[in-house]
Design a protein. Structure first.
Length: 200
């Protein structure tokens, strides 16, 4: 199984990045091949609304550091999007990437039964961290779950940590860390079970 994680925090050791690495480490111990990208270290721009990906190309025509990220997402079985919540939404670095995934949608995605060019069966994990209480910004997940379903993700999981104000605060949240471990184990177990059923 191949897992690709995209880290949207501007902080290398931010809380969302810590949770993503915890998930990746757990999955890697169980045999997964993992790869991660730190968006803040890349040079790229947002979608230019040129619609070339709906007219003349099946991939985004912009050539920058996101090209490799989009290619990796295409080839992954599991995609992890990890971001802090800033001003009520995902970090700007992550939003630019999400906008560029528009290139994965088919030209007639509004009417076609198959909306996405991505292979079916992919799993998505959204990791969201915030400094405020759980009651705040709970809608962020539902908005991006809709996007991921449109992109053809079969299952969308959430790992959410609230009241983590300073970088590294989540390291003291044993329950959230165990949630990341448990989800990685569950996804790996489901993948093993699926492979076994297809061989029978």
């Amino acid at each position: 199984m191949k897992i690709v994680a995209v880290l949207g925090s501007p902080k290398l050791n931010g809380n969302s990045a810590i949770l993503a690495r915890r998930f990746l480490d757990a999955a890697q111990r169980l045999g997964a091949e993992t790869q991660s990208f730190t968006l803040n270290e890349l040079a790229y721009q947002g979608c230019q609304a040129c619609r070339a990906c709906k007219k003349t190309s099946e991939v985004c025509v912009l050539k920058d550091d996101l090209s490799g990220v989009l290619n990796a997402i295409q080839g992954a079985d599991v995609i992890v999007f990890a971001s802090p919540v800033y001003f009520g939404d995902i970090a700007g670095q992550m939003k630019l990437l999400i906008d560029r995934t528009y290139s994965f949608l088919t030209p007639n995605f509004h009417s076609d039964p198959k909306t996405s060019r991505l292979a079916s069966g992919k799993t998505c994990v959204l990791i969201l961290t915030q400094g405020l209480a759980e009651a705040m910004f709970a809608d962020v997940f539902s908005r991006y779950e809709w996007v991921m379903k449109l992109l053809g993700m079969e299952t969308v999981h959430l790992i959410r940590a609230c009241n983590v104000v300073k970088p590294g605060d989540v390291s003291a949240r044993e329950d959230t860390l165990k949630q990341a471990d448990a989800l990685a184990t569950r996804i790996m177990d489901e993948n093993t079970a699926h492979k076994s059923s297809t061989r029978e």
